[in-house]
Design a protein around this ligand. Structure first.
Ligand SMILES: Cc1ncc(COP(=O)(O)O)c(C=O)c1O
Length: 451
């Protein structure tokens, strides 16, 4: 019998990040300056990002070397295990083989530290000692808090109000790693105060929290901003996941028919799926499935257009799948999937037909997560449960068609701080929400005029 847990040695952590840019089917549209609507220059971003990360953001190199100091920290939990979910396969009664890449073993409990460590490192190299950021579910905020702590830097986190209330222990975790965490919208910034004056009970959104974190970074010389998803350099740093998975699948003698990841801003999905893009272009029959909530259906109901990355219109305009920067999603428990936009790289590949998108309602996701917990033991984050709902559908299709199929998915995080969400599910207090078309049309009416 072959091993079900496929482990690599520390020496086998990838030494380079894979950059999908040269393998895109069409060139990426440039970011636009929010004032002039002309292509943004590196200097336009220098107020909030260090030049070494701006260079990565704009790089067309096929791969980029991972600095030794970053590898040194990644070794704390990488390579992560690739696991064949045999008991889950049995529970579903499917002929499909199901593999998952377990990113929940990082100290913060998700894939997010892969980029947090790299971003903290490059900022430190550039002489910056303080970072601001936003967080939805709290996973990204804790990842950056961890990374800043490891590099002896300060960290300020604006946490979306509804998650701040739902997950007090994520806040404590950030505090344990030396970071400061406040609820967004806050009284600390102009964007926050404006939002609170319009709606004192605002549940917040990632768009608002980004405005606050960017505003603070732009206004302080000692401070930069760090984003946990969406941008090219963030996705780049996550590609260690897919590269390791390819090596591990080779050991297992398997190759996926479908690669599945849940999608908030796109970095978790891209981290696993992008290293498969050149394989697909070379003729491998592999489907790449990005999964989002029906409550925040960026790819499945949004449009492909230039839009701001934040609520207040401070970021460059990005050509992406978007629901409109005014969009405030309902307070579903998968806080990390409540973003109005999508990574421009994932959006481009989606519109080119390289990446497929699907949306799932939260009750079906919790059901799938509990089935998985019953078989494999792991209680996943509500974000991850979206990927598992899609895995279940793919596995059941294989069963109906009595077909061999290999499914690979990213187990992006554990749900140990999400018991409030599970509790609500058990009490019957959760509802499905399908974002109505007319609300999408309303938010889209405020898109900036750029093409
Ligand atoms: C556990 C988990 N999985 C997935 C995601 C979505 O990540 P991304 O924005 O990279 O798509 C998040 C975001 O916070 C998360 O916390």
């Amino acid at each position: 019998m072959s091993d079900h847990r496929i482990l690599l040695s520390e020496r086998e952590i990838p030494k380079t990040w894979y950059n999908v840019v040269p393998d895109l089917p069409a060139p990426m549209k440039p970011y636009l300056h929010p004032g002039t609507l002309q292509p943004a220059q590196p200097s336009d971003m220098a107020a909030i990002f260090p030049m070494n990360l701006i260079e990565q953001e704009m790089s067309a190199a096929a791969s980029i070397a991972i600095p030794e100091a970053v590898l040194d920290i990644l070794r704390l939990w990488r390579p992560t295990p690739l696991v064949r979910a045999v008991r889950f396969e049995r529970a579903l009664g499917t002929p499909a083989k199901i593999f998952y890449k377990n990113e929940s073993v990082s100290p913060a409990g998700s894939h997010k530290p892969n980029t947090a460590v790299a971003q903290a490192y490059y900022n430190k190299e550039a002489g910056i000692n303080r970072l601001t950021t936003e967080t939805g579910a709290g996973q990204w905020g804790s990842a950056l808090a961890l990374a800043c702590n490891l590099f002896g830097m300060e960290c300020m986190v604006y946490m979306v109000r509804c998650s701040f209330d739902q997950k007090p222990h994520r806040r404590t975790m950030m505090q344990a790693w030396g970071a400061k965490c406040v609820a967004s919208p806050s009284e600390l910034t102009n964007s926050g105060r404006k939002m609170l004056s319009e709606d004192p009970d605002s549940p917040g959104s990632l768009g608002i929290a980004i405005s606050e974190a960017v505003e603070e970074a732009a206004g302080r010389k000692d401070t930069n901003y760090s984003l946990g998803s969406v941008l090219n350099h963030v996705l780049l740093h996550q590609t260690v996941i897919g590269q390791e998975a390819l090596a591990q699948l080779k050991i297992a003698g398997a190759y996926p028919d479908v690669v599945i990841g849940c999608c908030g801003g796109g970095s978790n999905f891209a981290g696993l799926a992008f290293p498969f893009v050149p394989e697909k272009a070379a003729g491998k029959k592999v489907r790449l499935m990005a999964v989002e909530p029906t409550a925040c259906p960026t790819m499945t109901k949004g449009v492909y257009a230039y839009d701001f990355g934040d609520k207040s219109g401070m970021t460059p305009l990005i050509k992406m799948d978007t629901l409109g920067h005014d969009f405030i999603p309902p307070g579903i428990h998968a806080g990390g999937l409540r973003y109005h936009g999508m990574s421009p790289l994932v959006s481009l590949l989606h519109r080119a037909g390289v990446v497929e998108a699907a949306s799932y309602p939260q009750l079906k996701c919790f059901e799938a997560a509990l089935k998985f917990a019953g078989a494999e033991g792991l209680i996943v984050a509500p974000e991850t449960s979206h990927a598992i709902a899609c895995v279940v559908d793919e596995a059941m299709k294989a069963k109906e068609e009595t077909k061999d199929k290999t499914i690979l998915f990213n187990l992006s995080g554990h749900g140990h701080f999400d018991m409030g969400a599970y509790e609500k599910y058990f009490e019957g207090g959760l509802e499905d929400y399908h974002y109505p078309e007319e609300k999408v049309r309303e938010a889209l009416a405020h898109l900036p005029r750029a093409s």
